[in-house]
Design a protein around this ligand. Structure first.
Ligand SMILES: [Mg+2]
Length: 347
């Protein structure tokens, strides 16, 4: 059998999307549940498990299946590749509405998040796209931003934040959501070029501070500060219980995205380790796991993915990850990325 020979960037792009899917699927059975309910229903989650019967959101899914986080991430990847020169916000709105119709047709309950549904309803009612996302502060933008991080070089922070902002506008046009998505995208973009998670953190905070100034000044006003606090708490050796109670694990971007950063540090940068903590952390477990997985995967590459994890994800889902990763890296190169990570730029 001929082994794939991948460029380091393509390997890390694949790992970004695969580890995002792993974190999503691992947290699928525990999403929306308090920590004590997770413990009572599943014990400690240590691998892919099926949701209990009549789970409020994940009912009908099998162990190892992904949710909206992965599906919308792949949807955004397709959208970025379809119109790489200028983000097509109306096309993206149509994509999301078609996706939700498909979810309903599959008989599943994991539909659009609260910010996205409100924004798309407003757009259909005639509200200009620039206004539709003015109340979107939840983590839907950050959960699916990884393809923008893969496809966008990190050298110019303002340009990266511009690309992130374009993808957020329809549903999450707020400082809180854009700051959170920008931080995640920056880690992914640096990871693709070989940065470790810890090397990427300073510039992720810089991207968050810049993103905070974009969109409507709605929601939490200092996402970078929340991420920094979560990272400090993770480094302090806090227990998962204390970490969850202090940082917060809700759908609010300032909570769940900060939590994802902290979990990656807690896991020493290991994608599967971070995803396992996320699956047990409580509340928005699948999205925290997806975001943590994407960041850690980008910074680790495929060596961070246990082979049986990839095998299960590929068997249980339709994930065109390898092709999308290659195409997103090609787009990154067309946008002027120089291969290799300039270590001095991350310190
Ligand atoms: Mg989900």
């Amino acid at each position: 059998m001929v082994q794939d020979v991948l460029s380091p960037a393509t390997d890390r792009a694949r790992a970004t999307l695969l580890c995002l899917a792993a974190g999503d699927a691992l947290g699928m059975p525990s999403q929306t549940l308090p920590r004590e309910v997770i413990r009572a229903r599943y014990g400690r989650i240590t691998t892919f498990v099926a949701p209990f019967a009549d789970h409020p959101v994940s009912h009908g899914l099998r162990a190892g299946q992904v949710t909206d986080d992965t599906e919308q991430t792949l949807l955004l990847a397709h959208r970025l590749l379809a119109a790489p020169d200028r983000f097509d916000a109306r096309g993206w709105s149509r994509d999301l509405l078609a996706w939700e119709r498909d979810v309903r047709a599959r008989g599943l309950r994991d539909l659009l998040g609260p910010s996205s549904r409100a924004a798309l309803d407003a757009m259909l009612a005639g509200t200009p796209v620039s206004e539709t996302g003015r109340n979107g502060t939840t983590n839907g933008a950050a959960m699916r931003i990884a393809p923008a991080g893969i496809a966008t070089p990190h050298g110019d922070v303002g340009r990266l934040v511009d690309h992130v902002t374009e993808t957020c506008q329809v549903t999450h046009n707020t400082g809180e959501a854009i700051a959170a998505a920008a931080a995640v995208a920056m880690v992914v973009s640096l990871g693709i070029d070989g940065a470790s998670f810890e090397q990427a953190v300073p510039r992720a905070l810089q991207a968050a501070m810049l993103g905070q100034k974009r969109g409507h000044a709605t929601g939490h006003g200092d996402v970078a500060g929340r991420i920094r606090a979560a990272l400090d708490l993770a480094a302090s050796g806090a227990t998962e219980e204390v970490f969850a109670a202090t940082v917060g694990t809700s759908v609010a971007s300032a909570q769940s995205v900060a939590a994802a950063f902290g979990l990656v540090r807690m896991a020493g940068g290991a994608p599967w380790g971070a995803a396992l903590i996320a699956a047990n952390i409580g509340d928005d477990t699948d999205t925290i796991g997806a975001i943590a997985g994407a960041m850690a995967g980008a910074c680790c590459g495929s060596q961070g993915v246990p082979p049986e994890v990839r095998a299960t994800l590929m068997a249980e889902n339709c994930l065109p990850i390898d092709a999308l990763a290659a195409d997103l890296v090609a787009l990154r190169m067309r946008r002027g990325a120089a291969p290799g990570f300039p270590a001095e730029s991350a310190s």
